[in-house]
Design a protein around this ligand. Structure first.
Ligand code: PGA
Length: 264
């Protein structure tokens, strides 16, 4: 499978934005703007906060929209006395197809380490939800040139023990922490360097099928104007978009990185 035969995926991580009314309004704006050819060209996914998932589900299912959706986090447990947590099973019941695991904001503010993130990836697999595993280095590591070792270390620990067939279906998002929400986008070459290394490592550890199949996204200040150069890189299969996913026009612009006519 070459870079071009993996279907691109663009996921909008809404973070802690949009109550359920606002979520409905944004989903409706996306539904109104996105066309059949956009969905043929890329898998397009929104990741609302938990409280908006039911509303987004109802709208997407009711109007038979081709928009995918999922959650921003899940518990490593399937049920039990874990106050405030949400399980993969609950998300699966809401029709979620995707879930983020190990976003840097979870790692930073909720002290999630790689063992917890790995357990969350396992929980997603048990619930038959596709995990989007987030990895990426902080600024000091990048400044010392340690981005490959750091990011591959996270990848190894989070994917340890998963069989090839499962890993091939996973999505990995490379998000350099210094580029998230800062307007400081990695150069396409810098992003490609790490994404290529991620694919090579997955091939080496989990087999070529997994390496060829896994979709690798870049995330960190992706906007409509920098998306084409990012997507021109052979090992980048899409984007995880934060801030720009809150604006329907910007998000659609990112999804149409090849230009509207090129998606017909
Ligand atoms: P950003 O966020 O696009 O606002 O940088 C990306 C993310 O955190 O997933």
């Amino acid at each position: 499978m070459t870079g071009r035969s993996r279907k691109p995926l663009v996921a909008g991580n809404w973070k802690m934005h949009n109550n359920h009314f606002e979520a409905i309004a944004l989903t409706q704006r996306l539904a109104f703007t996105l066309q059949e050819r956009d969905f043929k060209a890329a898998d397009i996914v929104v990741l609302p906060p938990f409280t908006a998932l039911r509303s987004v589900q109802t709208l997407i299912e009711g109007d038979k929209l081709k928009l995918g959706y999922g959650a921003q986090d899940l518990s490593e447990h399937d049920d039990g006395p874990y106050t405030g947590d949400i399980s993969g099973r609950m998300l699966a019941k809401l029709g979620c197809q995707y879930v983020l695991a190990g976003h840097s904001e979870r790692r930073q503010y909720h002290h999630e380490d790689d063992a917890v993130v790995r357990a969350k990836v396992q929980a997603a697999v048990r619930a038959a939800i596709t995990p989007i595993l987030c990895v990426g280095e902080p600024l000091d590591v990048r400044q010392q040139g340690g981005q490959l070792g750091y990011t591959l270390g996270q990848l190894d620990r989070c994917l340890d023990g998963f069989p090839t067939a499962q890993v091939a279906e996973f999505i990995v998002a490379y998000e350099p922490v210094w580029a998230i929400g800062t307007g400081e986008v990695a150069t396409p070459e810098d992003a490609q360097e790490v994404c290529a290394a991620i694919r090579k490592r997955i091939s080496a550890v989990h087999g070529d099928e997994a390496g060829r199949g896994v979709r690798i996204l870049y995330g960190g200040s992706v906007k409509p104007d920098n998306m084409p150069a990012i997507m021109a890189q052979p090992d980048i299969d899409g984007a995880l978009v934060g801030g720009a996913s809150l604006d329907a026009g910007d998000f659609v612009g990112i999804c149409r990185y090849r230009g509207l006519s090129a998606t017909t």
